[in-house]
Design a protein around this ligand. Structure first.
Ligand code: MN
Length: 518
């Protein structure tokens, strides 16, 4: 029978200690709700004694979240523990988590206390906490650099005092997996009352070993993993939840353990935490990185299209991604291109596909990754809009703009053979020009994208405007190029309108690309 590994999420406590990350109360509650969906066992909501703001957040989460246990962190001082209890006591299942350092280096330089004094403080703190609740966790800070026999002595004493979880942190990210596993094994064998408590581990990633150390600990008897979403946390971060959970899930053949995590919520949770904390996920991050399911090599792409398991050890769907991304590059073959275009809604004849493929290879030589928009514009220029009639033509554009003028644009156009003119105000000259063109053409389309780039350097550079328009379910991209950026914008818009009109008459071809996962 596989044994359960408890997932203790500290995104809101240690994760929030990431340099550069900070979350307000609403954001923390939003993340806590998401962690509840993900079905973590424990949410460490904060450090209530640290600040009134932290206290309030922990209290709000304790009130609202009903599924997971809610833990509050406290130093081994009665006043810290009192504050933590005040904050978590409304929870359906509150936990008090108290800690003290056990390494000689911390005792000597930071605390200036003897081992006996620290042992006494730990016991007093746990007894104090145990008066409030039977759900008490004790952490031996810097445990991995502590004398293991002393940690075993402290654990024995705190379990006697009422601790039900004993945490062995690698606070400074110093441990090496086989060594860390051996220490957990030592505790299993040398703490006589260890069967009355769960061993937890809390690892940091200073050497990139947090997940490996956590897994080594699990193999040796640890049954709780302290983790964060995206591995955020102090310095190089904490053990990442998604990596531990997916390691256990993917290698069931090797690990005889399970978690209660609903893995389909991993990706949405990762996105939410990244968005709210401002901590960007590196593209090559395991499990949740933008490239985690992106296959670049032609051989891999071909394999994945034929049978995903050829190069995918877990499915993107299992962590909540709709489908795996196949970014196309210069190594991509015709098969991958055809599949990609089909996914985007373009079904081409063999001859059309060959034309597009040749142009695609040129483009891929110049650009490392060819994005959906590049492909759409390629298909549109090579195939769909080769013979788009110029129903709308720009004849003249005059704009008035600057620091003290209300931006105004006067546009003269030829529309189906008739000459028409209109002037409009706008928030800027481009806005004014678009309003004038919209009025003249009676357009009802939406502007989905507007991007400016310069083709060459210098102030005399050609400006290139790329836009994407949508009307009645049809979408088109269009470009406009001119040394004057306002004129380039107007040209792009008019090109887009001509394409939309052409598509409508043709009965539509090229539907809106399916929503792609970011
Ligand atoms: Mn930590």
């Amino acid at each position: 029978m596989p044994e359960k590994i408890f997932i203790f999420d500290t995104t809101l406590r240690d994760g929030e200690q990431s340099p550069g990350a900070s979350l307000n109360k609403d954001e923390k509650i939003q993340i806590a709700r998401q962690l509840e969906l993900l079905n973590v066992d424990v949410i460490e909501a904060g450090f209530p004694y640290a600040s009134p703001g932290d206290f309030e957040c922990v209290q709000a989460i304790a009130h609202e979240i009903r599924g997971p246990q809610i833990a509050g962190l406290a130093r081994a001082f009665p006043k810290d523990i009192d504050a933590a209890w005040e904050a978590v006591k409304a929870a359906a299942n509150p936990r008090l988590h108290t800690f003290i350092s056990t390494s000689d280096i911390h005792l000597k330089y930071q605390m200036r206390k003897s081992r006996e004094e620290v042992l006494e403080m730990a016991v007093v703190a746990v007894k104090h906490a145990a008066r409030y609740t039977s759900n008490v966790e004790f952490s031996a800070m810097d445990a991995s650099r502590s004398d293991i026999a002393y940690v075993a002595q402290v654990f024995t004493a705190v379990i006697d005092a009422g601790a039900t979880t004993v945490n062995f942190p690698d606070t400074v990210g110093y441990a090496i997996p086989p060594e860390f596993g051996d220490k957990i094994r030592y505790l299993m064998e040398n703490v006589p009352n260890i069967h009355k408590a769960v061993i937890s581990v809390h690892c940091h990633n200073d050497l990139g070993l947090a997940v490996a150390n956590t897994l080594a600990a699990i193999l040796n008897g640890a049954r709780q993993a302290e983790v964060t979403i995206n591995g955020i946390g102090e310095r190089a971060g904490n053990t990442s939840l998604e990596e531990v959970v997916m390691s256990l899930a993917t290698r069931k053949d090797f690990f005889d353990y399970y978690t209660d995590i609903v893995t389909q919520y991993i990706y949405p949770t990762s996105r939410l935490v990244s968005k709210l904390s401002g901590m960007v996920v590196q593209p090559n991050k395991a499990v949740v990185g933008a490239n985690a399911f992106a296959h670049e090599s032609g051989i891999h792409q071909d394999g994945v299209l034929k049978e995903a398991s050829t190069f995918e050890i877990m499915t993107p769907q299992s962590i909540g991604i709709k489908k795996s991304k196949l970014p196309l590059g210069k190594l991509s073959g015709r098969h991958a291109l055809r599949e990609k275009l089909k996914e985007m809604g373009y079904v081409l004849t063999e001859e059309e596909l060959n034309q597009v493929f040749a142009r695609f290879k040129d483009l891929a030589d110049r650009k490392k990754t060819v994005f959906d928009e590049d492909l759409a514009s390629l298909v549109e220029t090579e195939v769909l809009f080769k013979s788009v009639p110029e129903y709308y033509r720009l004849l003249e554009l005059v704009v008035l703009a600057g620091t003290s003028a209300k931006p105004t644009a006067t546009v003269k156009m030829e529309i189906g053979g008739n000459i028409e003119r209109y002037s409009a105000f706008g928030d800027g000259p481009i806005d004014a020009a678009y309003k004038a063109i919209t009025h003249l053409t009676d357009s009802t389309c939406n502007l989905l994208k507007f991007a400016v780039s310069s083709i060459t350097g210098g102030t005399d550079a050609l400006g290139e405007i790329t836009i994407r328009l949508e009307d009645g379910g049809l979408t088109v991209t269009a470009q406009g190029v001119d040394p004057d950026i306002v004129t380039a914008s107007a040209r792009a818009y008019i090109n887009g309108l001509n394409r939309l009109r052409f598509m409508k008459e043709r009965g539509g071809r090229g539907k809106k690309p399916e929503e792609m996962v970011e």
